[in-house]
Design a protein around this ligand. Structure first.
Ligand code: NAX
Length: 325
């Protein structure tokens, strides 16, 4: 039997985790032969609810699940972990301004970044799901000076998956027929889902749809999909977010398929003129556990304008929390 991997999940009593924990423990993350130890982090008032979720995890009698620990202290939860799913975040409360929300989350992610820096394995892979995901990842990364910045990522895989599925539906194909989808920028309404390099069954996706559908329907539909789900369900996306978080981490470990890529929020190295250091979503390929930004894509004026708009939003978010970086 393989040695267990140690996986931390924050916000473990929340709704995304209610799907995520069970899928990690059942083998959906790293396969049916990889034992798992779960390290769960919650705020103190939610530890009671978390106990209930842990009782259910135990009741599943998952063969792969070796241990489950709970804590309200990040330095305890992150001790010697291999993977961190940072899902927990402060939701926007009544009357809370965007600035207050950024600050409240910045405070959480600076503490968690410091804890990762102090106690996690040196090659820990970190995925930030909690919003504002890109800027939260930036804060965690900047508070972990002893860890490789490349190990801090933010989730835009849900946006990527949404875009693939909406395009497949529109063109009467299956999502597995769609390759080379790209989400640029922030996981927010400014993100830019780009079809210029996207293929459907190996053929140019843009040749299969109207330019007006692309600009006026598709892009806003991907950008607003989260809001559409809240409207329909009365709750924000949870199972799909958990599923995409698993996709993100699994791809990071196992690699991308030949001839395809995925979207990941990662520290910019200046590629495509995006300011270095921002956590920006790029198209990436992954090989041997390491990601590389897809280079050499042609960027036209339509794309450039949208890539800059979402970059500007990320700069504003960063400038709002500069004191915590
Ligand atoms: P919930 O409110 O159901 O759960 C969040 C949990 O985090 C709560 O149990 C809370 O007690 C806990 N928490 C708060 N502060 C914490 C801290 N300092 N340490 C540990 N735990 C803490 O939210 P849920 O629906 O699970 O969503 C979680 C986050 O994911 C939200 O920020 C949400 O906006 C974000 N999302 C991000 C997505 C993405 O694609 N990047 C998509 C889905 C989702 O909207």
């Amino acid at each position: 039997m393989k040695a267990p991997v140690h996986v931390a999940v924050t916000g473990a009593a929340g709704q995304i985790s209610y799907s995520l924990l069970f899928r990690i423990a059942s083998g959906d993350f790293l396969g049916p032969d990889q034992p798992i130890c779960l390290h769960l982090l919650e705020i103190t008032p939610a530890l009671g609810a978390l106990e209930g979720a842990v009782m259910e995890l135990n009741d599943c009698a998952f063969p792969l699940l070796q241990s489950v620990s709970m804590s309200d202290d990040a330095e305890v939860a992150f001790k010697d972990i291999d993977f961190a799913f940072l899902v927990g975040a402060r939701p926007r409360g009544p009357g809370m301004e965007r600035k207050d929300l950024l600050e409240a989350n910045a405070a959480i992610f600076s503490v968690q970044g410091k804890a990762l820096n102090k106690v996690a394995k040196r090659d820990v892979r970190v995925l930030v799901v909690g919003n504002p995901a890109n800027t939260n990842a930036l804060i965690a990364m900047n508070n972990a000076p002893d860890l490789d910045p490349r190990n801090f990522t933010a989730m835009t895989r849900l946006d990527h998956n949404r875009a693939m599925s909406l395009l497949a539906e529109k063109t009467g194909n299956h999502n597995t027929d769609v390759t080379k989808m790209t989400i640029w920028g922030n996981h927010s309404a400014t993100q830019y889902p780009d079809l210029h390099n996207c293929l459907i069954n190996g053929e140019d996706a843009l040749s299969k749809v109207d330019a007006s559908w692309y600009a006026d329907d598709f892009i806003p539909a991907v950008q607003q999909r989260g809001a559409a789900i809240i409207k329909a369900r009365g709750l924000s996306s949870a199972a799909s977010a958990a599923s995409s978080a698993l996709d993100h981490m699994r791809t990071w470990v196992q690699g991308t398929a030949d001839g395809d890529w995925v979207s990941m929020g990662i520290p910019s190295d200046g590629s495509y003129g995006i300011e270095e250091g921002l956590i920006y979503s790029f198209p990436v390929t992954v090989k041997d556990g390491d990601y590389s930004i897809v280079q050499g894509l042609e960027i036209n004026d339509f794309s450039r304008e949208r890539m800059i708009a979402t970059e500007n939003e990320l700069k504003e978010e960063r400038d709002g929390v500069k004191h915590l970086l």
